[in-house]
Design a protein around this ligand. Structure first.
Ligand SMILES: [Zn+2]
Length: 165
């Protein structure tokens, strides 16, 4: 049986690699990989997952910033402020894995969601009117917070971690 880690060829009945000690039983680690691809709601199970979530959320925030910017330019100027925050924090989440940026996004998107709910209930407090978009953004920011905290904590790179904020 060939070891997946070091390619050492072991006896057929071996359960662990004679060279590096890696488990030759297929079940455990392969199952984990199958669960990985479920996108936005999958558990963040490692540095790769966390980096992917940070990247996806960052891209999402750029899209939200663009939408808010356009709406802001034509309909509701107050949204331009939000657009700038989403773009800036999206950048820091995506490229710097910044926890601070993720938390700011959570606060801004939470406030936006509350404003949207109030708009829906007839109190015009300004801001967006699309409650589904607001909820999606809040979910994305929660994911971004989780990802950035894990990237700076449990899954911190052993070297070259200095640029993480
Ligand atoms: Zn091995």
């Amino acid at each position: 049986m060939t070891c997946r880690v070091c390619s050492h060829i072991n006896e057929y009945t071996a359960t662990h690699c004679a060279n590096c000690g890696n488990s030759l039983l297929v079940t455990g680690s392969n199952k984990k990989n199958e669960n990985k691809k479920a996108g936005m709601f999958a558990a963040i199970q490692g540095r790769d997952d966390a980096e992917k979530v940070a990247k996806d959320c960052g891209n999402g925030f750029f899209a939200v910033a663009a939408i808010q910017g356009v709406i802001g330019a034509f309909i509701a100027p107050s949204l331009i402020f939000d657009a700038v925050i989403y773009a800036l924090c999206g950048y820091f989440v995506r490229f710097k894995h910044s926890r601070v940026a993720a938390v700011i996004l959570l606060l801004v998107s939470g406030a936006a969601l509350i404003a949207t709910v109030m708009n829906k209930m007839g109190q015009n407090v300004g801001g967006g009117n699309n409650i589904i978009l607001a909820v999606i953004v809040v979910i994305a920011t929660v994911r971004a917070v989780e990802a950035t905290f894990k990237l700076n904590g449990r899954y911190k790179e052993s070297s070259a971690a200095t640029e993480n904020i």
